[in-house]
Design a protein around this ligand. Structure first.
Ligand SMILES: Cc1ncc(COP(=O)(O)OP(=O)(O)O)c(N)n1
Ligand SMILES: Cc1nc(C(=O)O)sc1CCOP(=O)(O)O
Ligand SMILES: [Mg+2]
Length: 214
């Protein structure tokens, strides 16, 4: 995917697995979120009650097919093996996961997203071949228990001021009320979990987010 296409795809990035859907069917949540206008999806089956083994694979495969039907890039969180099995468009890895350089080397044709928390990590990720950065937490989040300290959109301004032009999304505690600040700080898009996956109407939640970042 070309860099400008990736920037557009990152505009409204849903990150989700079954534990984030409040008992609703993740397939139905993703279907509604796509109808509401999400532009990219990450399968992150993580946390209390997360599916394992064959059940995780089967859900991933169904969500992967749904994304393909709607031309939504499908990214797998953390797990290179699963990304290959599902023929994902990409993988997202963090600072505590496999090295970005090694993943880039092994998954030559996939989009590689890397989490960065400051300019130094952003520079390293760029040097190691990352295609985009996920920068957080922007605001307080209850979704990721091991998230770092809240940084606010200023961290994105610092990364941009340091000369990083790589496609970049903010993540962590982002909703329709604060997403515009993340974009104004220099992000190409926002990545959200609960603001869409736990919403009463994931379709309307996605549409409202999109309106507020346009
Ligand atoms: C788009 C995006 N940005 C950041 C993350 C966080 O990745 P990581 O730090 O590896 O944490 P886990 O998600 O693996 O718990 C992400 N998943 N997506
Ligand atoms: C998956 C993830 N990564 C983060 C980071 O800071 O890198 S915060 C986070 C969880 C985001 O969930 P919500 O939109 O519900 O706050
Ligand atoms: Mg990770």
């Amino acid at each position: 995917m070309k860099i400008e296409q990736l920037r557009k795809a990152l505009r409204l990035y849903l990150v989700m697995g079954s534990p984030n859907c409040g008992g609703a069917d993740p397939y139905a949540v993703l279907e509604a979120a796509i109808a509401g206008g999400i532009t990219m999806f990450q399968f992150r089956e993580k946390g209390a009650g997360a599916l394992q083994g064959a059940a995780k694979f089967e859900l991933g495969a169904r969500l992967r097919r749904l994304c393909a039907q709607h031309a939504i890039p499908f990214i797998v969180n953390d797990d290179e093996g699963l990304a290959l099995e599902l023929e994902a468009d990409g993988i997202h890895i963090g600072q505590e996961d496999a090295s970005a350089a090694a993943v880039r080397q092994r998954l030559k044709n996939m989009i590689v997203g890397v989490s960065a928390h400051d300019l130094g990590e952003a520079q390293s990720a760029l040097a190691e071949g990352a295609d985009y950065l996920g920068v957080g937490p922007q605001y307080a989040t209850r979704t990721k228990l091991d998230a770092r300290e809240v940084q606010g959109p200023a961290v994105i301004q610092r990364i941009r001021a340091g000369g990083i032009r790589l496609p970049l999304v903010g993540i962590g505690g982002i909703d329709a009320t604060n997403a515009c600040h993340v974009i104004r700080a220099g992000a190409d898009g926002v990545a959200v979990v609960s603001a869409i996956a736990s919403a009463h109407s994931p379709r309307e939640a996605a549409a409202e987010l999109l309106r507020n970042i346009k």
